[in-house]
Write a protein that binds this ligand. Structure first.
Ligand code: SAH
Length: 270
């Protein structure tokens, strides 16, 4: 999401597909990371707790926009579930498969290279849909509507989404995100969208700063130098790093006003 960059954090819906070269650069920068957006193991586990799914057996779950699978691995440990981890970048899925084998979770996780706007699941087939830092790619409101049909009645949706923490905020921050991701809104607005579209909210919490800085931005910054070297400091590689750095600086200045919100909701029967 670098004005069409798709991998990162809070970045916007991309209206036009990024060029292959740019996609390769983004994969190269982000593929070595444990996660491709803000989040944390404890926070995924908190969402699991809010979902009420612990203790149930034989669950079927999809983790959409899973990247290299930070949340998938937590879900596989926390729940008795078969998880289909979906991403449209096969390179990320290969990393996830290797990590799952390494952790002895291979039997619980299968990967699927597919686009989140054309998922091949049967209607009413899933106990839960998870998606951390990815639904913005089709937009929150479109995503919660499109994915609802795949859930069993009473099935759980757990998604994280860029969220304003306050009713008002500094203009620089507001203008940046309003341009990059116009659907950014307060938790109240997101919860109401869930209600309007046939879900019962079970819980919301904002991701703490550590989920941006410790688990995502600092490791990402640590990879900048080797990334630039691998690409001979090409203009394109420098532009990718500059865009990341600008986003990091914006977050550092305005962390009181914006985060990802984790939303957990139950599908209301039709
Ligand atoms: N959930 C992971 C990755 C978040 S980054 C984490 O929290 O670490 C967003 C992910 O969405 C990337 O892995 C990107 O490849 C994927 N993605 C973007 N657009 C997509 C689409 N249309 N269909 C499927 N995956 C998509």
């Amino acid at each position: 999401m670098l004005d069409g960059r798709l991998l990162l954090t809070a970045k916007p819906t991309y209206q036009t597909a990024p060029g292959m070269n740019e996609l390769k650069l983004l994969f190269d920068l982000h593929g070595d990371g444990e996660r491709q957006g803000p989040g944390g193991e404890e926070e995924t586990r908190l969402a699991v707790t809010l979902s009420g799914l612990r203790g149930e057996r034989g669950l079927k779950i999809a983790d959409i926009g899973c990247g290299t699978g930070a949340s998938t691995l937590v879900l596989a440990r926390a729940l008795d579930a078969q998880i289909t981890a979906v991403d449209f970048l096969p390179g990320f899925l290969a990393r996830l498969e290797a990590a799952a084998r390494r952790d002895g979770l291979g039997a619980r996780i299968e990967t699927l290279a597919a686009s989140m706007d054309a998922l091949p699941f049967d209607e009413g087939s899933l106990d839960a849909i998870w998606s951390e830092g990815a639904i913005y790619n089709i937009g929150f409101e479109t995503g919660i509507q499109a994915w609802r049909r795949f859930l069993k009645p009473g099935g759980v949706l757990a998604v994280s989404e860029l969220t304003w923490l306050t009713a008002e905020r500094p203009a620089e921050l507001n203008d940046h995100w309003a341009a990059e991701y116009p659907e950014v809104a307060t938790a109240g607005a997101k919860l109401s969208q869930l209600e309007v579209h046939g879900y019962v909210p079970l819980g919301y919490f904002p991701l703490p700063r550590a989920c941006w800085l410790d688990t995502y931005y600092r490791p990402l910054q640590g990879r900048f130098e080797s990334f630039l070297e691998r690409h001979n400091r090409s203009a394109a590689a420098q532009a990718v790093v500059a865009a990341e750095q600008a986003e990091i600086s914006l977050y550092e200045r305005y962390a009181d006003f914006v985060s990802y919100g984790y939303y957990v909701a139950r599908k209301l029967a039709d």
